[in-house]
Ligand binder design. Sequence first.
Ligand SMILES: [Zn+2]
Length: 299
Amino acid sequence: MSELPFGRPAGFEHLVACESPGDALWFVFRGTDLLVELGPPDPRPSDDPRVRQRPSWAKLPLLKNHNWLGSTALRTLYLGRLQGMDCWAAELAAGAAPPAPGNSWEGLRTLFSVLEDGQFALAGRALQLIDWDRTHQFCGRCGTPTEAKREERVRLCPACKLPAYPRVAPAVMGLVMRKNQVLLARSPHFPPGMFSALAGFVEPGESLEQCLAREVAEEVGVQISNIRYFTSQSWPFPHSMMIAFLCDWVSGEIKPQDGEIEEANWFDVLQLPKLPSRISIARRLIDAGCEKIRGANDV
Ligand SMILES: [Zn+2]
């Protein structure tokens, strides 16, 4: 399996403070959109139902002046070095025009496999850190404005010393398998026709396996067993850690949960519906599960 997007890129050194700012790659966000220069449209079709067409290439701003955004930046964070190059993240206000000529604001999904892989991965990290910085400006316990530390990635309350580290929310995903079929479902916000594996957030006081069994029972009314770890992926929308499993059906017929699941069905591995893009762990999980079933049944 090739590397999943949003991992730590090769040659990346995580640092919190920059000693001597020089040439740098800039990850400038407006909301969840990244500032890039785009090449012409790529004639190849996109595999993502959310993305109509991808550009043939994209470039990040590469600048010497570390104060180039001036007072227009709501926040600026040093990310560290990628292949020896300093990397900065910044956020501009909603409605801000692109601050560099010829550049535009683009969603990360559009830039998958378009922006260089290491830079794309760092864009996911930058987006999460910007979101964390924005939402931890005040102490959650006493309301005092927090302060960033130079030594580590944390915002600290100067009054009561409560630290706020970047948060990661664990979520599990499971592909339920039964004979030559897999269980796939639609949530109401999916693009039309697309189905995926079941997923949900981990609650305090449960293991990943317990979370998966509970989510599957709640969302589709099915009991599972034989839960096997598949792989994991950082998912920056907004700060999840997706942990994926394969599992087997034990009992129960599908009953979609009101409000959560629009439709759920058993699909023969040879007749699958529209699936999520290869940007996500969901697609890798479904592909792997179907491959396993095909191999076992020799179909
Ligand atoms: Zn405090």
